[in-house]
Structures are given as C-alpha cells and as structure tokens.
Design a protein around this ligand. Structure first.
Ligand code: ZN
Length: 194
C-alpha cells in the first residue's frame, strides 16, 4: 500500500512535469509562428502640418491646389508631361503616399490627368463639395487631406469602372517603374514617348 502510493506520487509528479514541459514547447512554437509568420501591420499615419509648413514644403501652385482646393489650367505643361509618362506610380506631392498608377491611367481628353481608379484605394478619400453650386465629388489624399481633384461617374468611358478621377497633375509625383539599370522583373518595357 505504502509503496503503491509512493509510486503513484512519483508518477503524478512526472506527469505534471511532462504537462508543464509540453505547454512550454507548444507556447514556444506559437511564439515562433507569431514572430515569423506575418508582416507587421503598417500603422495608419496622418500627415498634419500647419499652413506655414505647407507653404515651405510645396510650390505656390501645389499649395493653391492641395491646401486651397484649387485647379490647374487644363492642357498645360503638366498635362503634356503626364501623357508622355510610361509605367509608374503617382504619389501625393504633399506626403509622398502612392495614390494612382499608370495601370489605371486613361486618356479622357479632358485636359487633366485621368484615372479610372486609385491604385491604393485606402489612400484616396472622397467627399461632396458645392463650390460650383452643384454637387461634385471631391478627391482628397487620405493621409494629408490634400485636395487632388474630382471624380465623375457614368460618363460612358470604356474603362472597367466608368469613373474619371480628374486629378491635378501638379500635385502628383511621378515615380517611374524600373529606373534604368535596375533589374527588377521586366514584364513590360516603358512605353515609348511620342
Ligand atoms: Zn497626401
């Protein structure tokens, strides 16, 4: 009897030890998975600057458009440059956030850079304005709240969305894909300018 209880005491201790060890191993494995399994979530950051800081960072024309909801002259220099640009991304001149890309660019012949969709939807916000006396959907950078242009729907363009993001090219920074010399995957050569 005594021997038996001693024996069961030992086996119970051994069992408990095993359980502790197992849970430690499982926990360690879980931690490992947590560390190596997924990419860190990008924090949602907002760029907030006062008027003086914006004036320092931007050209007067960029400031007028981004911070005062201005509009550039149609068919200007920026527009002709835009039409010649090949594949690449378009970032906000106020905060360098990617907003559009050449994949969604199309020629609406309206005199301003046109896209049928943002390339990074979360970085582009819309709201309704009545500046001209009727409702228009304003397009704003979600990160710095800068005014980019307007979006019009259902105009009959042969694009996947039939939307025209009519954007002021002055407030877009073009970042070409594959700068010369880089050997990133080359699926499409840059479109020749004409
Ligand atoms: Zn911005």
């Amino acid at each position: 009897m005594r021997l038996r209880s001693k024996y069961s005491f030992f086996s119970l201790t051994a069992l408990m030890g095993l359980v502790v060890l197992m849970s430690y191993v499982i926990g360690a494995k879980k931690n490992q998975k947590k560390l190596g399994g997924e990419l860190p979530v990008k924090p949602t950051r907002k760029v907030i600057m006062d008027d003086t800081e914006w004036k320092e960072k931007l050209t007067p024309e960029q400031y007028r458009i981004l911070r005062k909801a201005g509009t550039e002259r149609p068919y200007g220099e920026v527009y002709s440059a835009f039409k010649k640009q090949g594949s690449g991304k378009y970032a906000c001149a106020g905060c360098d956030t990617e907003l559009f890309s050449s994949n969604e660019k199309f020629d609406s012949k309206c005199g301003w850079p046109s896209f049928y969709d943002p390339s990074q939807a979360k970085n582009v916000k819309t709201s309704v304005d009545y500046i001209l006396g009727y409702p228009r959907t304003e397009v704003v950078c979600a990160v710095c709240e800068g005014h980019l242009g307007h979006v019009f729907t259902g105009e009959g363009f042969d694009t996947p969305t039939d939307k025209r993001y009519c954007i002021n090219g002055t407030v877009l920074k073009f970042v070409p894909d594959q700068p010369p010399g880089s050997e990133k995957k080359s699926h499409k050569p840059a479109a020749p300018s004409n």
